[in-house]
Design a protein around this ligand. Structure first.
Ligand code: GCO
Ligand code: MG
Length: 404
């Protein structure tokens, strides 16, 4: 039996903050898991190093499900983003170790590849419609089969989803205190259909088109957005409402056939149960690192499979490469995979993380390296100390705080 002999937490900022858990076994095998919670990184780092790492020492590293249950039930205080991100990091690190011990990539341990590759969508954005169209072109030129389109809304200063400057990667967290964005739902609802029309007019229907409403709409507004986008045959609209009141999805469903994807801020199967079992969404879009790791995500996806709901793993750049790789292993192996976000990471990550995934012809593959296929260089990480950064706060024109 190999026991866990070391559990270490690293917080590093190569371009953006990432929290990484590294476990070492008595056989000298190491595994890593992502514990990054954007804008709240240190709370998970503390949860792990102050409360989880001490109880891991001496546990049998082979018993992934047992350790998951020990951390979930044993803490008494359940669920929530901090707890579930910490448990996810342990879970992924243990799957990484199991893969290395077996000499197999994790997707093989999950049943093998159910498809040749994982369809991913890229993030196109623009301050103007012509800029957005150029950006969509850039992704299509790179071979992407699916593109998310977001454009700045005329009259609003700063809107979710816009890349800054010439950077290739969108990054919402900035500022040592929260920056501010402004919002006007009416202007947004009028504008989005005009640029989706422009995208389809220029590029046609030979690729999948997606959009993220980022929790800003009421149910009836979400119904209106979905209806107005029907001519452009969206693959999905994502997070139309904050999804706290899940019964309201019935209202959205009554008004539109545009598919719905929800779940990036959900943390457990209990957050997903109602939407899935009532068939109120088309894609469950939870993440490996915020929903309890590979073990728990697989349960969510299996529940979804029973109800004809497909998967749509969250893959923002604020989930570290360890998290993204873990998602690819799950995506490749589950029967009901739908679509994986590939936001890409801010330049700088490759100084700290070595990855083995590959992108070819619009599909991604996690690679054949044993474990999750990501290595973490802790010496390099030490060169990039933590920098406090926040996600923005969003306000309506009258100054009230709105969902971001
Ligand atoms: C997405 C997400 C992200 C989040 C980010 C917050 O669809 O990728 O909405 O852009 O805003 O993960 O940290
Ligand atoms: Mg989103």
């Amino acid at each position: 039996m190999a026991t866990i002999v070391a559990a270490e937490v690293f917080v590093t900022c190569p371009g953006r903050n990432y929290v990484t858990l590294k476990l070492t076994t008595s056989d000298g095998v190491t595994g890593i898991g992502d514990a990054t919670l954007n804008g709240r990184e240190l709370s998970v780092a503390s949860y792990l190093s102050d409360h989880v790492c001490p109880v891991l020492i001496g546990q049998d590293a082979d018993r992934i499900e047992h350790i998951w249950q020990y951390l979930y039930k044993g803490a008494y205080w359940r669920r929530g983003p901090v707890t579930m991100t910490a448990i996810a990091a342990v879970d992924v690190a243990l799957w990484d170790i199991k893969g290395k011990v077996a000499g197999l990539p994790v997707y093989q341990l999950l049943g093998g590849a159910a498809r040749d590759g994982v369809t991913v969508y890229g993030h196109a954005s623009g301050d103007t419609v012509p800029q957005l169209l150029d950006d969509v072109q850039r992704f299509l030129d790179r071979g992407f089969r699916a593109v998310r389109a977001q454009a700045a809304v005329p009259g609003l200063e700063r809107v979710y989803g816009m890349r800054k400057g010439d950077g290739v990667t969108y990054e919402p967290a900035d500022g040592a205190l929260p920056s501010e964005e402004d919002w006007d739902t009416g202007a947004y609802l009028d504008f989005v259909p005009t640029y989706m029309a422009a995208v389809r007019e220029r590029f046609g229907y030979g690729f999948q088109l997606l959009h993220d409403a980022h929790h800003r709409l009421s149910p009836i507004e979400a119904g209106r957005l979905g209806k107005s986008l029907e001519p452009y045959r969206m693959f999905w609209i994502e997070d139309p409402t904050p999804a706290e009141d899940q019964e309201t999805f019935r209202l959205i469903r009554q008004h539109t056939t545009t598919p719905l994807a929800v779940g990036e801020i959900f943390n457990s199967i209990w957050d997903c149960q109602y939407l899935i079992t009532n068939r109120l969404i088309d894609y469950i879009r939870t993440s490996v690192s915020h929903a309890g790791g590979i073990s728990h995500l697989r349960k969510i996806f299996s529940l979804a499979e029973l109800y004809g709901v497909r998967t749509g793993s969250h893959g923002a750049g604020d989930l570290s490469p360890a998290s993204f790789a873990a998602a690819l292993h799950v995506d490749l192996s589950v029967p009901n995979f739908g679509m994986q976000e590939y936001m890409e990471h801010l330049p700088g990550y490759e100084e700290v993380f070595t990855t083995s995934w590959r992108f070819e012809d619009g599909l991604m593959h996690p690679g054949e390296q044993p474990g999750i296929g990501v290595e973490f260089d802790e010496k390099a990480a030490a060169r990039f100390p933590y920098e406090r950064r926040y996600l923005p706060v969003n306000r309506l024109r009258d100054g009230s705080v709105h969902d971001w």
